[in-house]
Design a protein around this ligand. Structure first.
Ligand SMILES: *[C@@H]1O[C@H](CO)[C@@H](O)[C@H](O)[C@H]1NC(C)=O
Ligand SMILES: *[C@@H]1O[C@H](CO)[C@@H](O)[C@H](O)[C@H]1NC(C)=O
Ligand SMILES: *[C@@H]1O[C@H](CO)[C@@H](O)[C@H](O)[C@H]1NC(C)=O
Ligand SMILES: *[C@@H]1O[C@H](CO)[C@@H](O)[C@H](O)[C@H]1NC(C)=O
Length: 297
């Protein structure tokens, strides 16, 4: 199912202006094969795998349909509206899921990178001087959900697309581990971009590793990394905004069981909460994606 979420946020730590603004854009799920003409099952590409409930679109329009992923016209319209409403934000957060909900058989690494590249240039053209803090979602890997531990060809290619947004240390950190931290110039804010794809239930690279395996206990030493980064940022008195694609905690739209539904593997959810509590002095806010649902905690 769709979405494309665009949110403008006001924050208190722009040093000059005392108050600042940023855009949060996420889950664009751009469908390169969207069309409004021809056979009804081709308009909303790959009907069978696209929608959670299998429902089809009744009449897909020029700017898409609630039951379909986003056509380019919708992405362009949203980005143009962002630039018109607020052309000079302090920064933009972009938290992934760039490709459509279609089966892996229609993708390969190059097709995913092409889509990330198209969206990167659309955003960059509309905000040519704005700092961007991007990360990838579970749909931005081939095969989907299977973001690996360590380096990959895809990460290297995407890091190159984002080179002008990521300075040297974030570039290398993203390329190697899919994570980074970076100060937002002119503000008290530091972005800590977590690779929550490693903690995702549907990631088979970590889901079956026992706790006795170091990469089962702490995949890619990601908790250890975040712990050290947050400690240093606390010593520097920074205000941390954590960003990630897969959110922690329960999903309020799925409440079939008493325990509710978590996206993280339970062991990582527990450890994540502990980490956030340990560093609550320096963490100002957290911004996640994936839900296609407004959710404030
Ligand atoms: C788009 O359609 C073409 C032609 O049917 C297909 O080969 C390709 O895999 C599709 N790509 C995506 C990303 O859906
Ligand atoms: C954004 O556009 C500028 C100016 O054309 C270019 O130098 C830069 O590499 C682009 N950055 C990205 C991330 O596309
Ligand atoms: C932001 O940082 C400046 C300079 O380091 C400091 O003077 C100011 O008190 C900080 N403001 C907040 C709200 O943390
Ligand atoms: C949180 O702090 C406690 C006490 O210092 C420590 O035992 C634990 O490992 C920390 N948890 C994380 C996830 O960093």
């Amino acid at each position: 199912m769709v979405l494309l979420v665009v949110l403008m946020v006001i924050f208190p730590y722009n040093i000059q202006a005392k108050i600042g603004t940023f855009w949060h854009v996420t889950d664009l799920h751009y469908d390169v094969n969207y069309t409004t003409s021809g056979s009804r099952d081709k308009m909303c590409w790959n009907q069978a795998t696209r929608s959670e409930d299998g429902a089809g679109s009744s009449s897909p329009g020029q700017f898409g349909d609630y039951e379909c992923d986003a056509p380019l016209s919708l992405v362009m319209s949203a980005v143009q509206a962002m630039a018109k409403l607020h052309p000079k934000p302090d920064f933009v957060l972009w938290t992934g899921d760039d490709t459509a909900h279609v089966a892996d058989s229609y993708f390969n690494t190059n097709k995913v990178v092409d889509i990330v590249g198209t969206l990167t240039s659309i955003l960059n053209q509309s905000f040519p001087t704005t700092p961007f803090f991007p990360i990838l979602g579970n749909h931005d890997y081939y095969p989907k959900n299977q973001f690996p531990l360590g380096k990959s060809d895809l990460q290297t290619q995407v890091a190159d697309l984002w080179r002008s947004w990521l300075t040297k240390i974030p570039y290398t950190s993203f390329q190697t581990d899919g994570r980074y931290w970076a100060d937002v110039q002119g503000t008290n804010v530091t972005i800590v971009a977590l690779n929550t794809l490693l903690w995702y239930k549907s990631n088979d690279n970590t889901a079956f590793l026992p706790d006795s395996d170091p990469n089962g206990a702490d995949p890619g030493k990601h908790f250890a990394w975040a712990d050290e980064v947050l400690r240093k940022l606390s010593a520097r008195k920074r205000r941390v905004y954590i960003i990630g694609h897969i959110p922690p905690g329960k999903f309020e739209r799925y409440q079939q069981t008493k325990e509710g539904f978590h996206w993280f593997q339970p062991r990582y959810n527990d450890r994540f909460i502990q980490m956030i509590q340990n560093h609550s002095d320096v963490i100002e806010a957290q911004f996640f994606a994936h839900h296609h649902t407004d959710s404030f905690r």
